[in-house]
Write a protein that binds this ligand. Structure first.
Ligand SMILES: Nc1ncnc2c1ncn2[C@@H]1O[C@H](COP(=O)(O)OP(=O)(O)OP(=O)(O)O)[C@@H](O)[C@H]1O
Length: 233
């Protein structure tokens, strides 16, 4: 489980997260909220990519401030733009990178890579250039490359932003069937309907925490109120 305790962060004095405390234990949790509300910053604190200025993030009791390596092993991270994540020239090599350092023979690694590529519909593309894949294929590759490391928890920061409707569906179906805990940051409110919990962020704070339906309703009310403030009507 990930636990945030009084987490605050600022960029050069500009507060982005303010005293956020949450225990994240449900199987699938979504974070929603306006641009700049702090979702990506919060996402990056969950696997220690970012250590918050104040407060503590614990992953299964491990403090991200002191146990970065163990935390990264437990928590996989997917960026919205897979180009930030794909490192190796070929599809198979990129997935294999996740197995480096593991005590496995070349043959065992090749078998695992082939099995993972097959599971995510990429086997026929094994030897293709990873950077020449379509956007949807890149996203599936990024997912495969994270999941080959067998994380307990998967953080997805706006994973569907660059995908067309068909690839959104493929991505969602894939994620729906994962046994791992999934924590998703998104602007696509329709994709979180069957999530176990949704948290609405506003100006670096938790504004609402509950069911997806109630969170989306709270978001619409919030936007309505902000619009009234802005226009004075
Ligand atoms: N590396 C950075 N340096 C300075 N400011 C940053 C940095 N990253 C984010 N910010 C600022 O922090 C605030 C929160 O950004 P963040 O990306 O966490 O929000 P978000 O809810 O994910 O937004 P969006 O939905 O637009 O992706 C924004 O005002 C942003 O400009």
């Amino acid at each position: 489980m990930i636990s945030l305790q009084n987490v605050s962060h600022d960029y050069d004095g500009f507060d982005v997260l303010r005293e956020v405390s949450l225990d994240l234990h449900e199987h699938r949790i979504a974070f929603i909220g306006a641009n700049g509300s702090g979702k990506s910053t919060l996402a990056r604190t969950l696997n220690g990519l970012l250590v918050p200025r104040r407060g503590t993030v614990l992953v299964d009791g491990l403090d991200t401030r002191r146990n970065a390596v163990q935390v990264r092993r437990r928590v996989g991270f997917m960026f919205s733009d897979a180009n930030h994540q794909i490192i190796m020239p070929s599809v198979a090599e990129d997935v294999a990178l996740g197995l480096r350092g593991q005590k496995l023979s070349k043959l065992e690694k090749a078998d695992i890579v082939a099995e993972v590529l097959d599971r995510y519909g990429l086997l026929a593309l094994s030897n293709h250039s990873a950077h020449l894949l379509s956007g949807g294929q890149k996203q599936m590759l990024a997912l495969a490359s994270v999941l080959v490391t067998q994380p307990d928890i998967l953080i997805c920061d706006e994973p569907t932003t660059l995908l067309d409707l068909h690839n959104v569906q493929i991505f969602l179906d894939t994620v729906r069937n994962l046994s791992q805990q999934v924590i998703l940051m998104t602007h696509h409110l329709e994709i979180i309907e069957d999530y176990d919990r949704a948290i609405l962020m506003d100006r670096g704070q938790v504004h609402f925490d509950g069911s997806p339906q109630d969170a989306v309703a709270a978001y619409r009310r919030l936007i309505g109120n902000r619009e009234k403030e802005r226009t004075g009507r």
